[in-house]
Design a protein around this ligand. Structure first.
Ligand code: SF4
Length: 793
């Protein structure tokens, strides 16, 4: 019998309608089908780590005759204990995507045109190494840059090291900041952000942070939320979620507070006002570990009493004064209160202001003094990696041993602003830019400056699995492997209270003509005479193995293990024993591959406040100084002069006069499409619309009162118009969104990214005014007013 793709899938147990659908979705290499025709149909499993997002969930891939057929969770991986999210499940759709790039391509037409011609790997590599060598010979390393989507793997640091050894500081990482990262960094220069142990909290207050639908680790936090909810009758845990839209975090909380967009920080400071007035604050922590709590008429308490009493806070936030009072009293009376901010709170003009205010609330309430609640950032076994930073005065990017608080901020906060920094004359003219794991022509709110900037760079080299919106601006596109075809290691997940390394190992050899990016970079380094490690590994797998030797030599932690209690493990460690026996590195390395990774459950000490800089409270004087220091980040868009309270200026766009048809646009992310890349996978396209029952297109969530006033009902089409353009969306009338906002899912509206994403749906980010948080440089998604017009069908 000749085996077709359809009956191949039937043999794998995928039959009927499912087979019909999947056989169109998976482009399985023909040679495999022929192999399978005569094969013994042997089932095997391979452990690895999911690479669809930076959370590092362990996976177990089922193979039939060596062919991957399904992805499951690794039951002994500490982050996910056998569970995975839909993105993790959809990984094979990426591996077998019918539109994967099959060989290197060079641009034929002008920049911006999708016109390509295939070339050989030899030619592509020769062209790259010539370019790099040319820069090194002319001592123009600073004309080289790398724009890199940071997926929290070793590869990020490898690429950063590559840039440094090229004598350049132009490493531009791109990723979402961790929970509380902006506030903790601002308050005491903490980077990476502190970890926290959610299970130790008895009052959880989340400001915009949706731990269940996005970074840092949705599977880990979904499991934890389930456990915490079940034990609520016993523990009395209260969970309050503050947001303009009821996300999964709001649905799972005991209370959801609808707050006006951009005003979460004002609510936090209103609560701080009440806590101070009640004299119910953590005096000991404040005396020992903070700066300028009382320092004159411009200090923190005087700022609170002048601008943030509950009636004023209520007018700004829309939260009644009595609720502000109640919340403050409940929070400061809890034994282990924990306030977190992130998610949409990171994507507003008040991003850093909000997170700093929330960090202050943790100080006042005694959260930082609560036992086992806050932990030191999970350590890497080989010590900390250098930090990519940008100087807010000069715009200079560099990689430093550790982040200096002064005028540096983490580089990933501001990497969306690269073209602006370039036009302000702060970045050197680049001769060569590499781009990997990120689509900068899809993500930013202002694409034109990106198009112009990429058009000016003579050699843009893109590593990609699919042609995306950025590819038309690349001069060379190199097909790169997916995480299922390459070696790597995911690093400890920010904010989680333990250290882990999730091993990524090839489940199959590279399909089609793709090559692992790590190997290509290593080859380029060798050709350019750059040494990345003294051991001079010949492949990226060798580089990874060398790093793992350090882990083995440290004697710390263990490869993932089955059900052994932590107490038992501690007992073994005290006696100098290990769960597994691995006398030589080869044994350790084999175990890592067999189990899927390494972790150190014991190495998560309480936060040591004596070790770090003192916590600086926000104050009027500090805001003034910061606005001046960081004027470069907002490029004239943010407030340059402050003679009224900071929040009043930052919220200016929100305070526009409302008309019956005007809304504040509030793009949100879903678990199915956290970064926009999920749109390339049909399973995720299908699942994204499962709850609202709107498939393969985005929708607009509207409060019933507003829908009634506009004579709109579920399923009506509306044109959503901003100063930048318009899109047509399907209305979903839901009570879980504040009347003021229009919630629109993010992730569709790609110009490219394969047949399942190309020209499907719309991208709400394209409607957004180009505004940034003037204190952090983060682009604001929450400040654009839109008008809604009914479309007659
Ligand atoms: S949370 Fe991230 S790492 Fe975990 S399964 Fe989902 S996509 Fe993969």
């Amino acid at each position: 019998m000749k085996i077709t793709r359809r009956n191949f899938l039937q043999m794998l147990g995928i039959t009927g309608v499912a087979a019909g659908g999947i056989s169109q979705v998976w482009a399985i290499p023909d040679k495999w089908i022929e192999t399978l025709q005569y094969g013994p149909r042997i089932e095997t499993w391979k452990m690895s780590t999911c690479g669809q997002c930076p959370a590092g969930c362990g996976i177990r891939v089922r193979l039939i005759d060596g062919i991957p057929v399904r992805v499951f969770g690794n039951p002994i991986a500490p982050v996910n204990s056998g569970f995975i999210c839909p993105m993790g499940e959809a990984g094979l759709e990426l591996l077998y995507h019918p539109d994967r790039i099959r060989q290197p391509m060079r641009r034929k037409g002008k920049k911006g045109e999708s016109s390509w011609e295939p070339i050989s790997w030899e030619e592509a590599l020769g062209r790259m190494s010539q370019g790099l060598l040319g820069l090194l010979k002319k001592k123009q390393g600073d004309r080289f840059g790398f724009f890199f989507g940071d997926r929290n793997t070793l590869l990020t640091h490898f690429a950063g090291d590559f840039v440094t050894r090229m004598d350049s500081g132009n490493f531009f990482p791109w990723r979402a900041p961790g929970i509380n990262e902006l506030g903790l960094w601002q308050a005491f220069g903490e980077f990476p952000p502190l970890s926290f142990d959610l299970e130790k909290a008895d009052y959880l207050l989340t400001f915009g942070t949706n731990l269940l639908d996005g970074p840092p680790s949705p599977v880990y936090f979904n499991r934890l939320y389930g456990k915490m909810k079940d034990s609520r009758p016993r523990t009395g845990l209260k969970m309050v979620h503050v947001d303009g839209r009821m996300s999964q975090a709001g649905k799972n909380a005991t209370e959801w507070l609808q707050v006006r967009p951009g005003s979460m920080g004002v609510l936090a400071l209103g609560m701080a006002y009440v806590i101070l007035r009640d004299k119910n604050f953590d005096e000991e922590f404040i005396a020992r570990y903070t700066l300028d709590f009382r320092g004159g008429k411009e200090d923190f308490p005087s700022m609170l009493s002048r601008y943030y009493p509950p009636d004023k806070v209520s007018a700004i936030t829309g939260i009644p004064p009595e609720t502000v009072l109640r919340l403050a009293r409940e929070f400061s009376s809890a034994k282990a209160p924990l306030a977190l901010s992130g998610g949409v709170a990171d994507r507003s003009e008040t991003a850093l202001f909000t997170q700093w205010a929330v960090a202050s609330l943790n100080v006042l309430s005694g959260s930082f003094s609560a036992s086992r609640l806050w932990r030191e950032p999970a350590p890497l076994p080989w010590g900390p990696f250098p930090v990519s930073s940008v100087n807010t005065r000069t715009g200079v990017f560099s990689i430093k041993p550790s982040l200096a608080q002064d005028t540096d901020i983490p580089a990933h906060w501001a990497s969306e602003e690269l073209p602006h920094l370039r036009s302000a004359g702060k970045l050197p003219d680049l001769n060569m830019l590499m781009i990997a794991q990120v689509d900068p022509l899809y993500l930013p709110i202002d694409r034109k400056p990106w198009q112009e900037w990429l058009s000016r760079i003579p050699e843009v080299v893109q590593f990609a699995t699919l042609i995306d919106d950025t590819s038309p601006y690349a001069d060379l596109v190199l097909p790169t492997t997916t995480y299922l075809e390459q070696w790597d290691a995911t690093l400890p997940v920010p904010n989680l209270p333990f250290s882990q390394l999730g091993l990524q190992q090839p489940v199959v050899p590279p399909l089609s003509g793709a090559r692992p990016m790590g190997d290509v970079l290593l080859l380029m380094a060798t050709e350019a005479g750059i040494t990345l490690l003294p051991e001079k590994p010949k492949s990226y797998a060798g580089y990874l193995e060398t790093r793992m030797k350090t882990v083995f030599a440290s004697g710390k932690g263990t490869p993932y293990f089955e059900t052994v209690s932590l107490n038992f493990l501690e007992e073994l460690r005290k006696r100098g024993w290990q769960v597994y026996s691995y006398p030589a590195f080869a044994d350790f390395w084999r175990l890592l591959q067999e189990k899927g990774g390494w972790w150190d459950p014991g190495e998560y000490p309480d936060a040591d406040w004596k070790k770090r800089k003192k916590f600086a409270f926000p104050s009027v004087a500090r805001f003034d100084a910061l606005l001046k220091e960081r004027a470069l980040l907002s490029q004239g868009q943010g407030p340059q002069k402050r003679d009224t309270p900071l929040h009043t200026l930052l919220e200016a766009p929100i305070r526009k006069t409302e008309t019956p048809d005007s809304f504040l646009l509030a793009p949100f992310t879903t678990l199915m499409n956290m970064t926009g890349e999920g749109a390339s996978q049909p399973l995720l396209q299908e699942l994204s619309g499962l709850i609202p029952r709107v498939y393969w297109k985005p929708w607009a969530e509207m409060h019933p009162e507003r829908a009634e006033r506009l004579s709109l009902k579920d399923g009506d089409l509306v044109r959503v118009v901003s100063g930048k353009g318009s899109v047509t969306l399907c209305v979903k009338v839901v009570p879980t969104v504040s009347p003021e906002i229009l919630g629109v899912p993010f992730g569709q509206g790609h110009k490219e990214s394969g047949r399942y994403a190309k020209n499907i749906g719309t991208n709400p980010v394209a409607l957004i005014d180009p505004l940034v948080d003037p204190l952090s440089g983060r682009a604001s998604w929450q400040s654009t007013h839109v008008r809604v017009e009914k479309v007659n069908k």
